[in-house]
Design a protein around this ligand. Structure first.
Ligand code: ZN
Length: 439
């Protein structure tokens, strides 16, 4: 099945992919659209590493690879959300319908002190007219369809373009939120910031006249730039609704900058052999764009991207300077961006190798996999695998905060209270996460 042509756009663990596919099957209208790469699991199945070195060995202080957990956090999130919803439904069965519906809306989808909802299209009600969408990943826009008639969808320009193009929401139902600029919606000040997650993803700060500000992170990865935002430095946040995907001390992985630096150094180290072809795997919409852009900038070398990928990059609002690092002429570059599935097996890499035998004698492939844990298997990300003249790295390039980053962010924001938005199946788990963050 060609996920690309189906418009499958979000990246993420297998659970999301399976979910998206079942949604697609359910909705013949093609409204649930998420792009991802179904081959991730194939990586584990098809590769037989000849040299096994954890990439985290290259990063002092990283202990994440010792984690023995075998379920991905997003998988847990899905499972726990559905469990908790089921539980709640049972509890309120005797209440009137309206009461039941209100109870069903998770805490992290509501903005206290305002009539607003965030990423709550599964819980559409008539009592809200502004529906915020933090980013275009299926578990956040789920429930949104062409027939949406509950008011306005408020999101970033890039997300609005995707919602319009992929779901068919007309522009008059979309309210584009500026980045780093305070606007007023129904008497409430709203400011958005880049969430460093996927293109178009935002953190949203709500400041209501009651003085109790709410910061909703959506999905995000804390980075240096956020600490320089003066509004975040000075605003007293009462409630922080936080992406707690990796809220466990065992999730400690390198900073994106370190991973980028590692990839750059690896490329530089191999550059003595002019006949080396570098391949960087990429999904369609994710933060991986930054990885190959940084590689291009630092090495001052153009990166070859296929035409379809370039068209997508053009939608993401990259600067002219950034765009000039891309070329459609593969002869011009020895760093090629390829779909992730291309790197899934050595067999496939060998095909590429023979295809390019006249130009290249060595292939070095980088697979930015995020942080995944195979079911019941030893965690497979962060390894260096080699077979003959083919080397493949799986790079732990996560689009969510590590536990350390989560703690740093909480310290930086210093909120009155925290509402975990992931793996939150009730007060007990929420309290456990909050105390970990404050410890
Ligand atoms: Zn996301």
């Amino acid at each position: 099945m060609d996920l690309f042509s189906m418009g499958v756009t979000a990246l993420g663990p297998r659970k999301k992919i399976v979910h998206a596919l079942s949604e697609l099957r359910k909705q013949s209208t093609n409204t649930a659209e998420i792009r991802t790469d179904a081959s991730r699991d194939a990586i584990d199945e098809t590769s037989r590493p000849a040299v096994n070195k954890l990439i985290t060995d290259f990063f002092p202080g990283s202990v994440g690879h010792r984690r023995k957990d075998c379920t991905s956090s997003s998988e847990r999130r899905e499972v726990e959300r559905s469990h908790s919803n089921a539980g709640r439904k049972q509890k309120v069965v005797r209440k009137n319908v309206m009461h039941k519906k209100l109870r069903d809306i998770p805490q992290w989808c509501q903005v206290p002190g305002t009539p607003f909802r965030v990423d709550a299209f599964k819980y559409l009600r008539r009592d809200c007219s502004h529906w915020f969408l933090t980013h275009f990943h299926i578990d956040h826009y789920q429930g949104l369809s062409r027939s949406f008639s509950h008011g306005k969808i408020c999101c970033s320009l890039i997300t609005a373009r995707l919602v319009n193009m992929k779901i068919g929401i007309p522009w008059d139902k979309l309210e584009v939120l500026p980045i780093n600029q305070k606007i007023s919606i129904s008497g409430i000040d709203v400011t958005c910031f880049d969430a460093n997650h996927c293109p178009g993803s935002i953190l949203i700060l709500f400041e209501s006249p009651n003085g109790k500000a709410v910061l909703h992170t959506g999905d995000f990865r804390f980075c240096e730039e956020m600490t320089k935002i003066s509004v975040l430095q000075t605003c007293r946040v009462q409630t922080l609704i936080l992406d707690t995907t990796y809220c466990d001390p065992q999730y400690d992985f390198p900073k994106q900058e370190d991973v980028i630096q590692f990839v750059i150094e690896a490329i530089q180290a191999e550059a003595f052999n002019p006949k080396t072809l570098f391949l960087i795997g990429s999904y369609t919409v994710g933060r991986k764009e930054r990885l190959f852009l940084e590689v291009a900038r630092v090495l001052r070398k153009k990166v070859y991207v296929p035409a379809a990928k370039l068209r997508l990059l053009e939608c993401l609002g990259l600067s002219v300077e950034d765009m000039r690092w891309f070329t459609l002429n593969e002869e011009e570059s020895h760093i090629h961006v390829v779909p992730m599935w291309t790197l899934a097996s050595f067999k496939r890499l060998k095909c590429i190798s023979s295809q390019y035998a006249h130009r290249f004698s060595l292939i070095v492939a980088f697979s930015p996999t995020g942080w995944t844990f195979g079911k019941g298997k030893k965690k497979s990300s962060g390894r260096r695998w080699q077979q003959g003249t083919i080397v493949r790295y799986e790079v732990p390039y996560s689009e969510h905060c590590s536990f350390t980053e989560l703690k740093e962010f909480v310290k930086f924001i210093s909120p009155g209270n925290i509402v975990p938005s992931v793996n939150n199946d009730g007060p007990e788990s929420a309290n456990a996460m909050v105390s970990l963050l404050l410890s």
